[in-house]
Write a protein that binds this ligand. Structure first.
Ligand code: UTP
Length: 223
């Protein structure tokens, strides 16, 4: 199970080159492991939710546009995967569970209003009995503080899920966007799903994380 941030998939910087590389890596791995990828909305989601907010949109309306953006991004990766991908972008956890039984790589975006794609990834993992969610992000690990602003920020190579939960809730209080959706952390804790936070642009990391090998990012143990 992989949750890939929109800021990694479509930062507007040679995106097709990266998406091709990612598709190649996923195809290589797919012989060894069944993979489901949940794509985030990135800048496109932020554009629509921001503009919709200025126009007085409700939270429900903004979330629905955010979900639309995540599904557009999912469609890009699905196109790059060609026949290796399931033929549609599932819209619900149930549809994803069914699609995963085909043995094809399943690519999806959001499901329903009220959470983010990180939470979707843990929901799907809980339903298909997957014990590992890889969070492919634009940072290379979890830090105690924003490393761009605080040169003394501590980098974690391992954390317990309880420790991560402390970090995401204090981030939330400070109004920062979280390294992993707090609802996703809660679900991972409940269903004992390990989280692996990695640099999504590093294909070796991506492979190692999906295959359960050692990573350079942060491994979060849910046990
Ligand atoms: P993202 O998962 O991309 O959220 O969904 P994010 O936290 O902004 O992502 P990063 O920072 O790129 O990782 C974009 C928006 O779509 C809506 C929410 O409004 C979310 O903020 N959304 C997404 C839902 O309402 N439900 C979903 O299942 C997924």
């Amino acid at each position: 199970m992989v949750s890939i941030g929109g800021s990694v998939l479509v930062p507007n910087n040679d995106d097709s080159v990266y998406i091709k590389q990612l598709a190649h890596t996923l195809k290589e791995i797919s012989a060894e492991v069944q993979t489901v990828i949940v794509c985030g909305g990135g800048k496109i989601a932020r554009y629509y939710t921001g503009t919709g907010r200025e126009l007085g949109g409700t939270t429900y309306q903004l979330d629905m546009m955010g979900i639309g953006a995540t599904r557009l991004n999912a469609e890009l990766l699905r196109i790059a995967l060609g026949d290796s991908a399931h033929h549609t972008v599932p819209c619900t956890v149930d549809e994803t569970v069914k699609a995963s039984l085909t043995g094809k790589i399943v690519v999806m975006g959001g499901t329903e209003p009220g959470h983010t794609t990180d939470a979707v990834a843990t929901m799907v993992a809980g339903n298909i009995g997957c014990k590992r969610v890889v969070n492919a992000t634009s940072v290379d690990a979890v830090y105690s503080n924003d490393p761009k602003k605080d040169p003394d920020a501590k980098r974690f190579s391992e954390l317990t899920i309880k420790e991560l939960s402390g970090i995401v809730y204090s981030e939330h209080d400070a109004g920062r966007s979280s390294v992993f959706d707090p609802l996703g952390v809660k679900l991972a804790m409940r269903d004992r799903i390990d989280l692996l936070i990695i640099d999504g642009r590093d294909m070796d990391e991506m492979k190692n994380a999906i295959l359960g090998k050692k990573i350079n990012g942060t491994a979060i143990n849910s046990q």
